[in-house]
Design a protein around this ligand. Structure first.
Ligand SMILES: [Zn+2]
Length: 136
């Protein structure tokens, strides 16, 4: 059972999400720098369900990572991308079974392909220019 609205330290330090958050932050900063620099406001990230990422933990890792930096408070919006099973022989999408992935088509017995679900893409980076007191 997990109470309150803050995770325990052990959860925040989960290495997987923290390393992902670090990578996303680095990518975002590079994008901002390319456009003249500034302060991060919001980053949209596509995360596939096969990446083994917990979106909630990723959010906590992101906050922890940015705390104390000039980008503290920037949002990380996660877009969840489900994986889809597809049978090339039937040329049809097959529903996901409960629990684990079925690797064979329930109708024709051919191996299924899995499409999507492994996304980990920065979709957009919003930022405001440094010292942007004036207006256009
Ligand atoms: Zn089939």
């Amino acid at each position: 059972m997990r109470g309150g609205c803050r995770p325990g330290a052990a959860e925040v330090s989960r290495v997987h999400e923290l390393s992902i958050a670090t990578e996303v932050y680095r990518t975002s900063r590079a994008a901002v720098a390319e456009h003249g620099g500034g302060r991060l406001v919001c980053v949209r990230l596509a995360v596939g369900e096969l990446t083994a990422i917990e979106p909630e933990l990723l959010g906590f890792a992101w906050e922890a990572l940015l705390a104390g930096s000039g980008d503290a408070g920037a949002r990380l919006d996660v877009e969840w991308r489900p994986a889809r099973q597809h049978c090339p022989a039937c040329a049809a999408a097959k529903p996901r079974g409960d629990g684990s992935w079925l690797r064979l088509c329930p109708d024709c017995g051919q191996p299924l392909t899995v499409e999507g679900g492994d996304e980990l893409d920065v979709l957009s980076v919003e930022f405001e220019q440094d010292g942007g007191e004036g207006h256009d």
